[in-house]
Design a protein around this ligand. Structure first.
Ligand SMILES: [Fe+2]
Length: 206
């Protein structure tokens, strides 16, 4: 079946991540940007199903990769966020004792050290892309990595993904990407991250 993807609902209201991510950003990001990837992915898959030659199929690869990646990445991103605990709104930003915290402490030394390394690595992305905390499927170790444009993470199992496109922060943080990166840790859903981590360690496919 092709062309059947739909925009998933956010698991919280548009203003739920304030003050760290504004309602305006969340509405545009979800209703406009993510919707555009879904619409274009459906169109590309519909066209792909009608192709009759390899040349026609090759011509659609870029659209499938870009819009398919955009849909995959944003669907993960919304679930990776949660209203901030330090605003009394939810569980965002809180890493409880458990397997993920143990892995972060043993790999990076502390959550603060992970944040510092993650922010430094993702701040270095040239142009648009994504920052990832991923599980290396071979070594079962946590690693920080990046992907360009809307490329999904294929080398690792994604545990946390952060959108580093300007559309994710510019309306609130302007050109100061590092302020966005510092702020977003207040709304990271570590419970979701731990779920992805433990499923990845146990070998199930995400
Ligand atoms: Fe985005």
């Amino acid at each position: 079946m092709s062309g059947q993807h739909t925009l998933p609902d956010l698991p919280y209201p548009y203003d739920a991540l304030e003050p760290y991510i504004s309602r305006q950003i969340m509405e545009l990001h979800h209703k406009k940007h993510h919707q555009t990837y879904v619409t274009a992915l459906n169109a590309a898959e519909t066209n792909y199903a009608k192709t009759t030659t390899p040349k026609e199929r090759i011509a659609l690869q870029a659209a499938l990769r870009f819009n398919g990646g955009g849909h995959i990445n944003h669907s993960l991103f919304w679930k990776n966020l949660a209203p901030a605990a330090n605003e009394g709104k939810g569980n965002g930003g809180v890493l409880k004792e458990g397997p993920l915290k143990q892995a972060i402490d043993s790999t990076f030394g502390s959550l603060d050290a992970l944040k510092k390394e993650f922010n430094a690595t993702t701040a270095g992305i040239q142009g648009s892309g994504w920052g990832w905390l991923g599980l290396n499927p071979t070594t079962k170790r946590l690693e920080i990595t990046t992907t360009a444009n809307q490329d999904p993470l294929l080398t690792h199992i994604p545990v946390i993904g952060v959108d580093i496109w300007e559309h994710a922060f510019y309306l609130q943080y302007l050109n100061v990407k590092v302020d966005y990166l510092n702020a977003i840790w207040n709304v990271i859903n570590f419970e979701e991250a731990e779920k992805r981590y433990t499923e990845g360690v146990s070998g199930s496919k995400l």
